[in-house]
Design a protein around this ligand. Structure first.
Ligand SMILES: CC(C)(COP(=O)(O)OP(=O)(O)OC[C@H]1O[C@@H](n2cnc3c(N)ncnc32)[C@H](O)[C@@H]1OP(=O)(O)O)[C@@H](O)C(=O)NCCC(=O)NCCS
Length: 195
């Protein structure tokens, strides 16, 4: 079984076309530490409609992955506190995984921005930071999302992610639309965008 990598069952942000860009929210993006687990769990529990205690356990595991160098747990902190959380991790599907299982590699494995601070560039900052960090360690980074999560798909597409498969199967993940989309960004493509 592939470990559960991302949470997709709760609602997505509504896709909106804006005339004027919103002013970016000043935030510090940094690796989380033990003291952040409380606010992270509250934010994730709201998004997942889950118990904070369960989210605390899951994010403590993610913090351990970060310590071992096989994962990352980032927070975006503003002067009001933690306003965003984002993760990445190594995933290794066991042999015999079903056809349509995404390949082994580094994955962006979840991002949530506090609904009060969305569309202020926090998600972009968190994603750019994860991509940079992963592409220092690997030649490509994967990401998957529900096909109806247009906001997430637009955010990642803007950064250069390219769709490579649809109707993927990920153990432990239920795509509410019934269709998961796998995308990839290579180091080469990322470097050519930022140079
Ligand atoms: C997806 C999410 C993290 C985006 O965070 P955010 O801080 O609001 O996003 P940003 O302000 O950094 O937006 C970056 C780009 O994403 C796209 N985008 C973000 N919100 C959008 C919206 N509501 N409508 C359309 N495009 C949007 C735009 O391309 C935007 O660039 P622009 O502002 O220059 O047009 C946030 O909406 C969220 O927490 N959603 C719920 C959890 C979720 O779906 N996570 C992803 C699971 S795969």
């Amino acid at each position: 079984m592939i470990p559960s990598m991302i949470e997709t069952r709760s609602e997505f942000a509504a896709f909106q076309v804006v005339e004027e860009p919103h002013p970016p929210l000043p935030v510090t993006v940094r690796p989380a530490d033990e003291t952040d687990l409380g606010p992270i769990s509250v934010l994730m529990a709201e998004r997942e409609r889950d118990r904070p205690s369960r989210q605390l356990r899951l994010h403590r595991q993610q913090l351990e992955r970060q310590t071992q160098g096989i994962g990352q747990l980032l927070v975006a902190e503003s002067d009001t506190g933690i306003v965003g959380v984002a993760k990445s991790r190594v995933v290794t599907p066991p042999s015999g995984s079903p056809y349509r299982t995404p390949p082994a590699g580094w994955y962006l494995s979840g991002i949530v921005v506090d609904p009060r601070y969305r569309r202020r560039r926090v998600g972009r900052r968190l994603t750019e930071a994860r991509v940079r960090w992963v592409l220092e360690r690997a030649g490509r980074v994967f990401y998957f999302a529900d096909s109806q999560n247009e906001v997430s798909l637009a955010l990642h597409r803007d950064l250069g992610f390219v769709e490579v498969a649809r109707n993927i199967l990920v153990s432990g993940v239920t795509f509410s639309s019934g269709c998961g989309v796998l995308s990839v960004l290579t180091r080469e493509d990322w470097n050519s965008r930022i140079s």
